[in-house]
Design a protein around this ligand. Structure first.
Ligand code: BGC
Length: 505
């Protein structure tokens, strides 16, 4: 409760002090702080049916719905060398990407696909030889469809063994060059989106308002979440037993985290905000850091929430070396008075018992520029979980595609400037944040927006068979910042940035 009020204070302090206008440069960040940008396999690689790759959950979902697909995407599979050149132009320290399990081990287990293996070796070699650190995510919504068909994927405990074997191949083959590994991309959104709402792979739910062919929104998200935690712990154990001494890397787990503040100063809204954090974040972070689910979840979900055995709890606790934060925007939280009936068919939101009011999304899909939310998130992790090391693995704003976007990219520049500044403030307040990755390096296939919206520093012409890339204003801004230029963005600064690069568009 006191902690929630302290987070509210960050919001108020920011609201009354105006925008983040401090002058800062990259030399203000601690030594070793990593600046990067990211993509994920299905959204970037394309070559979906090439060189032995087989379908994953994403291929299946996208092909069953009318929302575009990643068959070709940015064609990163063929154009990775061009992209590494752009990363060099952007002065990135690191590139975050994911490995496609169904490209590396097309049937989920069994033989390794040599061409898939070679692709990732080539990509990593290209990065390393250009001085760019690879940061690898092992799982970004995309296990091989065959495992879903055979035994139900993450609903089945068998995934833990198969995921560990797949991860072992990655550590063995790529671990000499990869020092930062994330096991699961935003486990909370994967469980909620895929098994409560049915909007993301594998598209399961039992909500009457959705068109899912199967699923159970009251139970499945928690079974999946439990298996993800056990799989992460198993992979982390494997790394420590077999690879850590030789390779010296770290293993993290990532979560989508909203900047949440209570809607009013009432006790009910403060408690509701704490409950929302417990459901969204504590669901995974409490087991990872303290060995068990939050009491609020245990009380509300009752026997539908799986239970850790003593041994499992010991294995999960302490199994992550860092917390990967995926943070985009903010909401205020209002308590909902009615209690969910456990005998009915409650879903994640009715268990949680709050309503969210998102801070304005504009018509062009952009997220509101609320950098205090970044500070709220980092302060919450610091205070509630004992200040673990954090990497911001995704942060950025979408904008509707438009042929003029390259030069009209000012909102993205403002957003990145403000959020990167917010991270610096949090570090100065004691947060152990060690890196920041812009989402995304280039425009990608977006699951919920197809090719209509782009988060990229670079545009991609998706109608061009060569998928030509071009820098947006934000790519120039980020590159200048990473070169050491001061990041001060008043209206004069924006004008100077535009005129400096006007001849490039
Ligand atoms: C996902 C990305 C996605 C991004 C923007 C994140 O939560 O990890 O795959 O592109 O959101 O929607």
């Amino acid at each position: 409760m006191e902690q929630i009020l302290a987070l509210f204070a960050i919001f108020l302090a920011f609201a009354f002090s105006g925008k983040c206008s401090d002058v800062f440069s990259r030399s203000d960040y601690p030594e070793g702080f990593v600046f990067g940008a990211g993509t994920s396999a299905y959204q970037w690689e394309g070559a979906a049916a090439e060189d032995g790759r087989k379908p994953s959950l994403w291929d299946t979902l996208c092909h069953s719905r009318d929302q575009g697909n990643g068959d070709i995407a940015c064609d990163g599979y063929h154009k990775y060398k061009d992209d590494v050149k752009l990363m060099v132009d952007t002065n990135l320290d690191a590139f975050r990407f994911s490995i496609s399990w169904s490209r590396l081990i097309p049937n989920g287990r069994g033989p390794v696909n040599q061409k898939g293996l070679q692709f990732y070796k080539n990509l990593i070699q290209e990065l390393v030889s250009h001085g760019i650190e690879p940061h690898v995510t092992l799982y970004h919504y995309d296990h091989p469809q065959s495992l879903e068909d055979e035994y139900g994927g993450w609903l089945n405990h068998r995934m833990i063994k198969d995921f560990t074997t797949y991860a072992d191949v990655c550590f063995r083959e790529f671990g000499n060059h990869v020092k930062l590994w994330t096991t699961i991309n935003e486990a909370n959104i994967f469980s909620i989106g895929g098994y409560n709402d049915g909007d993301t792979p594998p598209g399961r739910c039992s909500k009457p308002s959705k068109n899912c062919s199967s699923g159970n929104s009251s139970i499945e998200p928690y079974i999946v979440g439990h298996n993800l935690l056990l799989a992460h712990a198993s992979v982390s154990r494997r790394y420590k037993q077999k690879y850590k001494d030789k390779q010296g890397g770290s293993i993290g787990f990532s979560l989508f985290i909203l900047g949440l503040i209570p809607t009013t100063s009432s006790k009910d809204d403060a408690t509701a905000t704490q409950r929302a954090q417990d459901f969204y974040v504590g669901w995974f972070l409490r087991p990872l850091l303290f060995g068990d689910y939050p009491d609020t979840m245990k009380r509300t979900i009752g026997s539908r929430l799986p239970v850790f055995s003593e041994k499992e709890s010991e294995q999960v606790k302490g199994s992550c070396d860092f917390v990967g934060v995926i943070h985009y925007h903010a909401a205020s939280v209002t308590n909902i008075k009615s209690k969910p009936s456990l005998s009915g068919n409650p879903d994640f939101y009715s268990y949680m018992g709050v309503s969210f009011h998102y801070f304005g999304k504009s018509l062009d899909f952009q997220y509101a520029n609320t950098p205090w939310a970044m500070e709220v998130v980092l302060e919450y992790i610091k205070q509630s979980y004992g200040n673990p090391p954090v990497y911001i693995l995704e942060s950025g704003t979408p904008m509707k595609q438009d042929s003029q976007l390259k030069q009209k990219d000012i909102p993205r520049v403002e957003y990145l400037h403000a959020y990167i500044g917010g991270v610096l403030k949090s570090i100065r307040n004691g947060s152990d944040t060690r890196g920041y990755f812009v989402w995304s390096f280039i425009d990608l296939y977006e699951l919920l927006g197809g090719y209509e919206v782009g988060f990229g520093l670079y545009t991609v012409n998706f109608s061009d068979p060569h998928r030509k890339r071009s820098p947006k204003l934000s790519a120039y801004w980020y590159s200048d910042f990473l070169k050491g230029e001061s990041a001060f963005l008043d209206s004069q600064g924006i004008k100077e940035l535009q005129s400096k690069y006007s001849s490039s568009f």
